[in-house]
Write a protein that binds this ligand. Sequence first.
Ligand code: ADP
Ligand code: 5GP
Length: 214
Amino acid sequence: MNPFPVVLSAPSGGGKTTVTHRLMAQRKDLGYSISCTTRTPRVGEVNGTDYHFLAEPEFLARRERGEFAETAIVHGRWYGTLKSAVQVVLDSGKHVMMDIDVQGAAQFAVAYPGAVLVFVLPPSVEVLVERLMARQTESRAALRTRLQSARAELKEVDRYHYVVVNDQLDAAVERVKAIIDAEEVKRERVRSLDAQVAGLITRLDTELEGFAQD
Ligand code: ADP
Ligand code: 5GP
């Protein structure tokens, strides 16, 4: 099986992080691409686990050196996916779960045409605001910025292959699992398909000879 990147995007508070964590806990065939960002860590976030938290000069130097598969400024801070972070997971034979914004997803899809793009939608604006406020990670001004970005992000949904509404968490996780399972057996991804089918046809021809004179 050829592993592939699975990109999850959503407006802030849409549930990408929660869905991704839940999926990773349930499946052994998934790895996570840890992104880089210049934003400051939230309480409880760990450098090298949640993000690589970089100072802006370092981020820009690495960008200049071509280390990123994609970069974007989101809510006023730099975010980016290291090519090496994606490759390490693919080389281990696992699909790469990625939580990136709509601008980054568009760049990434060009660099990795085999990537599966999933947009996670909140069930309603009321629920989105409620969840963001309940998370208690943002100031009121930061909340406004995130909701303004949400407006622009929602308009990009057409770029995605799949849409999952994050109403009940378990159901949303099951839907993403179903997407991964279906993508694994997509014809273009099935390894050695031509050889498999040719073998079946040869065997079928032999079998048919037995029926020829009836
Ligand atoms: P994102 O990563 O898209 O910004 P999070 O995963 O941080 O969003 O989710 C935002 C908040 O909503 C978190 O506090 C999370 O626990 C909560 N949340 C996410 N999905 C659900 C859900 N299906 N039902 C209830 N709460 C949820
Ligand atoms: P947060 O700061 O809430 O963790 O993430 C803010 C936004 O940045 C989210 O939309 C998230 O998907 C996006 N993001 C996180 N990592 C990356 C990345 O590596 N690249 C891009 N383009 N966006 C990212």
